[in-house]
Design a protein. Sequence first.
Length: 430
Amino acid sequence: MKYKSLPASFYQQVRKQFMQKMKPQSLAIFNSNDVYPISADSTLPFAQHRDIFYLSGVDQEESILVLFPDAYEAKHREILFLRETNAHIAVWEGAKLSKKAASALTGIETVYWLKDFDRVFQELSTQCETFYFNTNEHYRQAVETETREDRFIKQCKLNYPAHQVAKSNPILQQLRSIKAEEEIQQIQQACDITEEGFRRILDFVRPGVWEFEIEAELAHEFLRNRSKGFAYQPIIASGKNSNVLHYTDNNQQCQSGDLLLMDVAAEYGNYSSDMTRTIPVSGKFSPRQRAVYDAVLRVKKQATAMLKPGVLWKSYHEEVGKIMTGELIDLGLLDKADVQNEDPKMPAYKKYFMHGTSHHLGLDTHDYGLLHLPMAANMVFTVEPGIYLPEEGFGVRLEDNVVIQEQGEPINLMKNIPIAPEAIEELMHS
Ligand code: GLY
Ligand code: MN
Ligand code: MN
């Protein structure tokens, strides 16, 4: 494995917590993602479904995890089904998990080959009343593709029409939103790799450089540090592109006098980091760019300080909106009348800051977490205010990743990644 896996004890603990929340006489199933085809015999690189990974550490296609706390036989309380490996497969694809290696990785004693699944599952189905299915209920999901999990659920409902069904997702949303110490270390590692990439490009960016050349520098630095690469599609946006929130073309040349907004970060061990920095292409901010940058940085600092146990995501965003409104007035972008006349459903500041300030971060970049529940210690959030000014040809966003503490301010996992404008200017000139 490229990355250092978490210890089996972590996965054992997580499964225990999950099973404690299941109804009596119920069984939960979790599938790997498919390997997605391109055409002919080409495929996209495999990316594991984060839930089976979270519960087992298995980073391999065609795997199934079954959790059944009330199984008649103790050996069937946790079962892992894996694609059979053999000498032939090993020659073509390299070693897949053996039963022994899978047990050591996951802490699951019972590992069967996938070909035994139908038979074993039929037997277990007679011992349970309810199947927990793992549907995607993320607040931002917009998936058209039928996943391996979806196909399994469809088939299972056909094969076992008399069973009741329940949802795994709400349990996972709660468990995954609170990070264990080991998980925070993986995210920290992802942040540290991101730092390496950012420092590399501070030395590289100058007028005439192309956005894709910056992407290449970052990819190089991420891969050589045992990351699989970008945690999400990198946004490397110079000049007016910095106002396009989801710009990923990365095909323009950086011009002197422009700002360069980079929303780029590494993954590590399937955990995301999520960073945005905005730097001057020529190494020096103009006074106007600097004024906007300073405003965004102030909002970010104040927003971060508000992330505490008990706080509600919605009211936090309302408070950040008020702070941003004050900054926009000071920058001459809004006046008092704009604010007095604003529609509370569409406050005036949203003209310049149209996205959210924070989201959960973890195995997914926009991670699990039920937003109506109060914040709690060991939740990891991004803080990412921005001001976008198409009329002036630039936008500024700054984004760090923080861990909520029981007491006091959150810990910033990106505290070593330069953000002070003076530091950025100095490093670009050194
Ligand atoms: N990079 C995606 C985001 O900032 O939410
Ligand atoms: Mn981001
Ligand atoms: Mn983000």
